[in-house]
Design a binder for this molecule. Structure first.
Ligand code: PMV
Length: 348
């Protein structure tokens, strides 16, 4: 009798998105998500993916279901998405070894925020899949091992979403062939908020995978590599010393540089919209008025405005009043993924 027949495992995990302070952009090995440079991020708490993994009895293909939101019914996922999930499940089966290697799964997932719009839905989604699948197999890998399992999805930023607080990936000294994440500081070290001005909620035209592939074609890519060690150091110091000015000016400079590299890639990759520029101007205006608000953007048009907790309400109001901003998501540093259900949940 197989593991699936005897004791079908099931687990649900909730994993957060993260916002990169120093970005992963360009890979040494894109298929295995081996990054060209280290990155540092803040794990969020409200933008999450909730994923259930069930071991199915019998043979056949994995089933992948996607719900538009937490309370809408799941439906078969579009093939492009389902294909990436199956690829990640293959890696999880290899990691599980033994009987796990022959199992098939049903994966049901929902995001609390717009997917594929530069809001790290792949990071939270694949982190949640790694955590839920490991739990469904009765395994509890430690943080570094979990980060490697999430990275096996092909999404490097997913490695950072397996830990809470402030996270660096790869950890200094991590084997280049097996880059693992490390927590620089826990969430309660520094209560920073991320006020997200959503100017675009549809899927972006160019995936981050395509962006990584094109990055080295930019004439600015090589120069970026020279500048990064100092920038990484400034971000580490800013986090350690809770220095919002140092952090803010460094992450805004970094975000602009990422987009400069994207825009100057051949062919050019353009994520910004007029709405992005309007939000950036509003953030500069806030700073002139004495608010410590700093902007960063991942591979998308939406602007993440990083602020100390006390400034969050005023910044959220100001951003919400801008015409191109369809929605403001108020998020902040979070503690990382959790398993919310396991075998005990079966039969409910
Ligand atoms: O993890 P990926 O392959 O989705 O790439 C992430 C790319 C950025 O979001 C732009 C940067 C980052 O480090 O999160």
């Amino acid at each position: 009798m197989s593991l699936a027949d005897r004791h079908p495992g099931r687990a649900t995990a909730v994993a957060p998105a993260n916002i990169a302070f120093v970005k992963y952009w360009g890979a040494l090995d894109l298929d295995r998500a081996i990054p060209r440079n280290p990155s540092i991020s803040m794990t969020l708490s409200q933008c999450v993916s909730r994923t259930t993994v069930e071991v199915l009895a019998g043979t056949g293909a994995d089933e992948v279901l996607l719900a538009a939101s937490d309370d809408s019914p799941p439906a078969p996922a579009p093939e492009a998405f389902a294909g990436r999930v199956r690829g990640h499940l293959d890696a999880i089966r290899r990691w599980g070894g033994g009987e796990a290697a022959g199992l098939r799964f049903r994966v049901t997932t929902a995001n609390s925020f717009p997917a594929a719009a530069g809001m790290a839905s792949s990071a939270s989604g694949f982190a949640a899949l790694a955590v839920a699948a490991a739990a469904a197999l009765g395994r509890r890998p430690d943080g570094p091992e979990l980060s490697a399992l999430a990275r096996a999805s092909g999404s490097g930023s997913a490695a950072r979403s397996t830990l809470g607080g402030y996270v660096e990936w790869p950890a200094p000294g991590s084997p280049p062939e097996d880059p693992r994440a490390v927590q620089l500081a826990p969430a309660d070290h520094w209560d920073l908020r991320d006020v997200i001005a959503v100017v675009e909620s549809g899927p972006k035209e160019v995936s981050s995978l395509a962006g990584h592939r094109l990055a080295p074609t930019s004439p600015h890519f090589a120069r970026r590599q020279e500048l990064l060690p100092d920038r990484l150091d400034r971000v580490r110091r800013a986090i350690r010393g809770r220095d919002v000015e140092l952090l803010g000016e460094t992450i805004e400079e970094e975000a602009i540089e990422l987009h400069l590299v994207a825009m100057s890639s051949r062919p050019s990759v353009f994520y910004w919209t007029p709405g992005t520029l309007e939000v950036l101007a509003a953030v500069r205006q806030m700073r002139r008025e004495g608010i410590a608000a700093w902007a960063t953007m991942d591979a998308g048009a939406n602007v993440h405005v990083i602020v100390p907790a006390a400034d969050e309400p005023a910044v959220a109001d100001a951003l919400g009043s801008l015409t191109p901003v369809g929605r403001v998501v108020r998020d902040g540093v979070g503690t990382g993924p959790i398993v919310v259900g396991d075998d005990a949940e079966r039969g409910r």
